[in-house]
Design a protein around this ligand. Sequence first.
Ligand SMILES: Cc1cc2nc3c(=O)[nH]c(=O)nc-3n(C[C@H](O)[C@H](O)[C@H](O)COP(=O)(O)OP(=O)(O)OC[C@H]3O[C@@H](n4cnc5c(N)ncnc54)[C@H](O)[C@@H]3O)c2cc1C
Ligand code: HEM
Length: 480
Amino acid sequence: MAVDSAEQAPAQPPRTHAPAAAALPEELTPDTVRPHPVQPESPRQESQPKPAPSGAMPEEAVREAGSGGAGSLPPEVPVSAALPPEVRAEQEPADPPPAAVADPNASPDAVLVRRTLAEIGPVSDQVTSYFYSLLFVRNPDLRALFPVAMDAQRDRLLKALLTAAEHMDSPAILTDYLRHLGRGHRKYGTRATHYPAVGEALLGALSRYAVGTWDDATEGAWVRTYTTISQIMIDAAAENEQHAPAWWQAEVVSHERRTADIAVVTVRPDQPYPFRAGQYTSMETPWWPRVWRHYSFASAPRPDGLLSFHIKAVPAGWVSNALVHRAGPGDVLRLGPPVGSMTVDHSTDNGLLCLGGGTGIAPIKALIEDVAEHGHRRRVEVFYGARHDQDLYDIETMLRLQSEHPWLAVRPVVAEGPSQGLTGRLPEAVRDYGPWHEYDGYLSGPPGLIRSGLDALRGVGIPSERIRHDSLEELLAAAN
Ligand SMILES: Cc1cc2nc3c(=O)[nH]c(=O)nc-3n(C[C@H](O)[C@H](O)[C@H](O)COP(=O)(O)OP(=O)(O)OC[C@H]3O[C@@H](n4cnc5c(N)ncnc54)[C@H](O)[C@@H]3O)c2cc1C
Ligand code: HEM
């Protein structure tokens, strides 16, 4: 899986590191920042220099990459992208974008970075395509780390940088986000020595498309920003390597079809898998190598160490269909590390108001088990939503839990009756009950449910900081 990073690490000190470490904005400089590890680490790298990356990609090389030999399928590159910048500058308006940065407290680097992002926003698809073409043409070995088809997720790196840039001046949020990202990258086989190649491709793509705003100062700001971001990711991965594997192998021990398109899949990890109820993991199946998807744990940690997931096969979905229709006992999956903050806050006595739609009920069930195990009984009120009664695939389990725990109430809500429970939409059903001001909110399900649920819970008096849900960004990326 992992490639020999020394093979592809640019020997030439990359543009992305030289001036950077010294000039990190003070508020973003974690104590951990060392001289950037993207500097050549081994004599081999220094003694076998690759040709310095050329700023302008030869058009035919890019085209070749775009049409791709089988197995290396960088996305198409627009012809204009392969033109020298001066030619493109004539074709395209070079006006700087409208005031990209209104925040008067933004650091100078944040101002410049956000200006670039504002300029490339309308052409981010092309920037992404060009970025990957540059990356794979210059570093063919890196192609093997990525899935064969990358359409669904290929803009996420750029989006992550956008998120990072947005939070440039909030180091705590930024660091937390990037540390998760860095740890999660271990499962892809990413190594510290890969970062300069990505940085160079990024700068190459940005400078080609941000023609209106790109200058030396902007390049300097991007070098420092990328260096900071990568350093946090690299450090988090290195620290995580001390105590956790890059991934877990997990053998399917049971596969239970609940409906035509929903299965409960239970796996046994090859080594202990620590996680918290309400979190989720990433999963790769043997049928779609390097294609990872997120799935929530359907139980709190169990004494036997088994992990269960509720999987719904979505139309034409690669991984979900493989898991529902193909997987069976004996198949071995790979799991990434646990993520997510939709966990029970055990420091409060507040009740839990939980809205779960579809397979979103799975982590809610895990939260109930967590509350039960903690012994300190708190009110838990669950609104379980689905389109029809027959879609409430886990209602029996939920009603069993309700009969076992006097502090738990479960209310099924279906959009289209007839129903033995409530009819209507989840948020409206919640408004009919209450009062809720002494409850914390938990939302789990499709992005639309999270959004409407957030409005509803705020509307019934639960402040935003007491509402937990999975990342809306991740959910939208999955659904789009
Ligand atoms: C934090 C998080 C937790 C998740 N937990 C679970 C879980 O516990 N159980 C579960 O089944 N899924 C869960 N998902 C969704 C899951 O990660 C995948 O997105 C889903 O299984 C589809 O993957 P796929 O490879 O089958 O489809 P893809 O090949 O990625 O998509 C194929 C097509 O289906 C569309 N599509 C994707 N998702 C949906 C959807 N939900 N409904 C309709 N169309 C869709 C896509 O737009 C695309 O057109 C979770 C997602 C996130 C972000
Ligand atoms: C600052 C640097 C980087 C950032 C911000 C970044 C960000 C991201 C993000 C947000 C994703 C989406 C999936 C996820 O959240 O895990 C992703 C996926 C991925 N990244 Fe990175 N990344 C960086 C560097 C690298 C490097 C150096 C490599 C190694 C070459 C790499 C390889 C991958 C791979 C293989 C995937 C999976 C792609 C897919 O599933 O389609 N990344 N990256």
